[in-house]
Every structure is written in structure tokens, then in C-alpha cells.
Design a protein around this ligand. Structure first.
Ligand code: SF4
Ligand code: SF4
Length: 56
């Protein structure tokens, strides 16, 4: 399992990447999560102002 960022919702603020303990999140027009690194901690979802990271 890994979290996934909804590209339609992400406003590229960077808050999720700053809080990820395993540096799984990459910057871009929309930020993205490497599912091979994500440990499913939920910190990105808690940090995101628009609810873009979703548990899958
Ligand atoms: Fe990083 Fe945790 Fe979000 Fe996975 S759920 S991308 S480990 S902050
Ligand atoms: Fe996008 Fe939310 Fe991450 Fe900000 S915290 S970069 S809006 S997913």
C-alpha cells in the first residue's frame, strides 16, 4: 500500500515533501509519491492543505 497524490488537486505547495520521513515525494507541477518508498504513514495527508494525498 502507498499514498497517491491527486494531480488535479495538488497546488504544489511542498508541505507534504517537507514532512515525509522517507523522502518518497518528488516535486513537480503536481507532487508525486514513489510507491516503492512510501511507508504509508499518512503524514503527507495530514500536512496537505487541500487533501490531495489519498490512501490507496
Ligand atoms: Fe511519505 Fe508517509 Fe506520505 Fe508515504 S504516507 S509519501 S511515507 S509522508
Ligand atoms: Fe500538493 Fe498537498 Fe503536497 Fe502541497 S501538500 S505539494 S498541495 S500534495
Amino acid at each position: 500500500m502507498a499514498y497517491k497524490i491527486s494531480a488535479d488537486e495538488c497546488i504544489a505547495c511542498g508541505a507534504c515533501a517537507d514532512g515525509c520521513p522517507v523522502e518518497a515525494i518528488s516535486a513537480g507541477d503536481a507532487y508525486s509519491i514513489d510507491p516503492s518508498k512510501c511507508i504509508d504513514c499518512g503524514a503527507c495527508a495530514d500536512a496537505c492543505p487541500v487533501g490531495a494525498p489519498k490512501a490507496e
